[in-house]
Design a protein around this ligand. Sequence first.
Ligand SMILES: [Zn+2]
Length: 127
Amino acid sequence: MAVTAHVFRPSIGSTMNTRRALSLLEMLAVAVILGIIAVIILPRVMTSSKVSKEKTCYSNRAEINSAVERYYLSKGVWPANNLSNIRADKSFFPEGIPTCPVSGRQYRLNRTTHRVIGHTNSGNHAL
Ligand SMILES: [Zn+2]
C-alpha cells in the first residue's frame, strides 16, 4: 500500500501578490454599487433643487407684489411693468430686485392686474 503524502506548501510570494490589489471582479462590484447609488440619489437631488428654485421664485414674486402695492400706496400710481421705478427707488429693494432662479430672467408685471407674471408651462415667465 502506497502512502502518498500531500504536503500543502503555499508559495509565500504568490499569496502576497494576489491580495495586493483589488481583483477585477471586486472592481466591477464596486462600480456596479456606485452606479446603483448614483441612479437612486441623483434624480432626488435634481428634483429637490428644482422644487427649491420654484419655491424661491414664488417667494420672490410675493415679495415683489408686496413692494408694488406699497409703491402704489405711497406714490398713488402703479410702477412701470418692467419695475424700473421700483428698481430706481432703493428704499424698496436696497440690494436690487431679485431675478427668477428658474429662468434667470427679470420679473415683469401684468399690464392690467399689476401683479408679477408667473411661470408658463415652458418654465419661463410670460412677457
Ligand atoms: Zn420664476
